[in-house]
Design a protein around this ligand. Structure first.
Ligand SMILES: NC(=O)C[C@H](N)C(=O)O
Length: 564
């Protein structure tokens, strides 16, 4: 934790009295790059291409498109050794990125669910310290990792982008530079709260991709969902497609995936003995890769019997098509037979996503076998297309959005996106938080608005709520995962001391709820409590008393009768 704090300090824009960064500089966005290996950082060895540890940062520092040396040298305080900075982007942003190299670096063919867990734990550990995340990964199993992480990351609110390359970044002609740059720009400049995969100018939903080409820079495709964004002459985000967590719960990772799962691809003449052997314990779930729109022979009693026996034994069988594109439908009798023996239709999921989903759902210990089967048929992370049942208010209903936007007195530029911004980059959530409109804040969060949106000045909805002291809104935003950024915490000690000097208990309380450390010292080295003690204000001392004796419990405060 200390190391993280130190890093935060080094990356924050300077202490009191220091010039924070080169004059006139743009806001800095911070991205953590987790390097797991893959071709992007490989060198040729006698046994073939293999990842080379401790080489990437040094090499990137010599690439002007990936490191602005002049800016880094002028920067006060200086960046740590593992931290680089991109040249100023067209959107006037400075993306500062830190590279964490996992050990050992892996060819992705060597990866296992333990490695997915390791990545997920890093995301959890550093979640509040960075605006976005890039995961450098080999292409061979990138679609599996992206799918798995999409389920393991629950209530994700920040952008996570996997990328890699087909040719090492150290070679003259390579795709690594462009892929890394694109991934950094998306992770640092957009709140796309998904596990994404960026490759060859396109940002995809991670659980929708599959590797389709071993010899092309365009290695991936997303057969059943258009890209989330395109990085061509302009960067265009397809906001209508972006998945929203629609939650007021905090980010967490689920890492104990069930490994008793497998993929079984049927083929003409497959024997019942092979299927039987495959379905033996400890197997708990399989993805059955079938023909066309989910078909398997319905004239093979022996085969169907083995499948039926397995589902009776509570083995979960999820049906996916072998076709690259298309979906499992109940059009054919040969498909319906499978459903009759207990096989679950898997819609248009890729086998990679279906396997990861199976592994995730089966690992849940708090739900029954029937509930697990039900969950597998639900769209959990945008991994499959479901035909909506019943009329619901749709976020794609632009009239609805416009009415809401009007109500919020903001001008909405993009239809159907509750995180759309006005000229100053303010979203409806910024406005509702400033106004202290709790039901509306809750509604927006449950409708997919992001707590991590920043306006033109880098201000978040949480800071708006702190400024106008809307305690319950602060609490709700915090519950949803909002946190103070380094920019917010600049000179925080001095601000808290100022509030203490003014006897402003309400102001202190707002910062406290937002997560500020009440022990930060001001410019003169005193803590807010020391300032309060010299004041002798009883309400102030009472506040600090409660804080000190841990009587001030966040949830009690926000929801209780405590009145200022
Ligand atoms: N292009 C690549 O990254 C392939 C490599 N074998 C890997 O998956 O690690």
């Amino acid at each position: 934790m200390e190391a993280v704090r130190a890093l935060g300090k080094a990356l924050s824009c300077g202490g009191a009295g220091r010039s924070p960064e080169p004059r006139g500089a743009a806001a800095e966005e911070r991205v953590l790059v987790i390097n797991t290996g893959g071709t992007i950082g490989m060198v040729a060895e006698s046994g073939g291409l293999a990842p080379e540890p401790n080489k990437l940062v040094k090499a990137l520092k010599k690439m002007p498109m990936l490191h602005d040396k002049a800016y880094a040298q002028e920067r006060v305080p200086e960046f740590p050794d593992d931290t680089l900075v991109l040249p100023l982007s067209k959107q006037n942003k400075r993306i500062v990125y830190t590279i964490k190299e996992l050990s050992p670096l892996l060819d992705s063919s060597n990866m296992t669910p333990d490695d997915w867990a390791k990545i997920a734990k890093h995301l959890q550990k550093y979640y509040e310290h960075y605006d976005g995340f890039v995961i450098l990964h080999g292409t061979d199993t990138m679609a599996y990792t992206a799918s798995a992480l999409s389920f393991m990351c629950e209530n994700l609110g920040k952008t996570v982008v996997l990328t890699g390359s087909q040719v090492p970044i150290y070679e003259l002609r390579n795709d690594g530079r462009a892929n890394l740059l694109g991934a950094l720009l998306f992770a640092g400049q957009f709140v796309i709260p998904e596990v994404c995969l960026y490759f060859y100018h396109k940002l995809y939903r991670g659980n929708r991709v599959t590797k389709v080409d071993a010899g092309s820079f365009s290695a991936f495709c997303s057969p059943n969902l258009p890209p989330l964004a395109n990085a061509e002459v302009d960067i265009t985000v397809n906001w209508e497609t972006v998945w929203r967590a629609n939650t007021t719960e905090k980010f967490r990772v689920h890492t104990n995936m069930n490994t008793n799962v497998a993929l079984l691809r049927i083929f003409p003449g497959i024997t019942a003995a092979a299927v039987k052997a495959f379905l033996q314990p400890p197997i708990e779930g399989i993805v059955l890769e079938t023909y066309g729109s989910g078909n398997a022979p319905n004239n093979r009693e022996d085969l169907l019997e083995e499948l039926k026996k397995a589902t009776d034994q509570k083995v979960v069988i999820l049906n996916c098509t072998q076709c690259l594109r298309g979906t499992v439908t109940p059009v054919y009798a040969t498909g319906q037979t499978l459903t009759a023996v207990g096989v679950i239709p898997g819609s248009d999921m890729t086998p990679e996503a279906a396997l990861a989903k199976l592994s995730y759902v089966l690992s849940k210990t708090d739900i029954s076998w029937e509930e697990k089967r039900e969950k597998l048929g639900e769209n959990l992370r945008g991994e499959m297309t479901v035909v909506p049942t019943g009329a619901k208010i749709s976020l794609t209903n632009s009239k609805f959005i416009q009415v809401l936007a009007k109500f919020l007195a903001t001008s909405c530029k993009e239809d159907g996106n509750l995180s759309c911004e006005d000229y100053d980059g303010r979203t409806p959530l910024h406005v509702a938080s400033s106004e202290g409109h709790l039901p509306l804040v809750e509604y927006l969060l449950k409708s997919g608005a992001t707590v991590y949106a920043k306006d033109r000045y880098g201000t978040t909805p949480l800071m708006n709520a702190v400024k106008f002291r809307h305690m319950k809104v602060i609490q709700l935003l915090r519950d949803t995962g909002a946190h103070l950024s380094n920019q917010d915490l600049q000179n925080i000690g001095t601000e808290l001391c100022r509030l203490a000097a003014n006897g402003d208990v309400e102001g202190l309380y707002a910062w406290y709820l937002a997560g500020a450390d009440m022990e930060e010292t001001g410019y003169d080295g005193r803590t807010p409590l020391q300032v309060a003690e010299t004041k002798g204000n009883s309400e102030l001392l009472n506040f600090f008393d409660q804080w000190k004796t841990k009587k001030v419990r966040e949830d009690e405060y926000a929801r209780s009768e405590y009145q200022f």
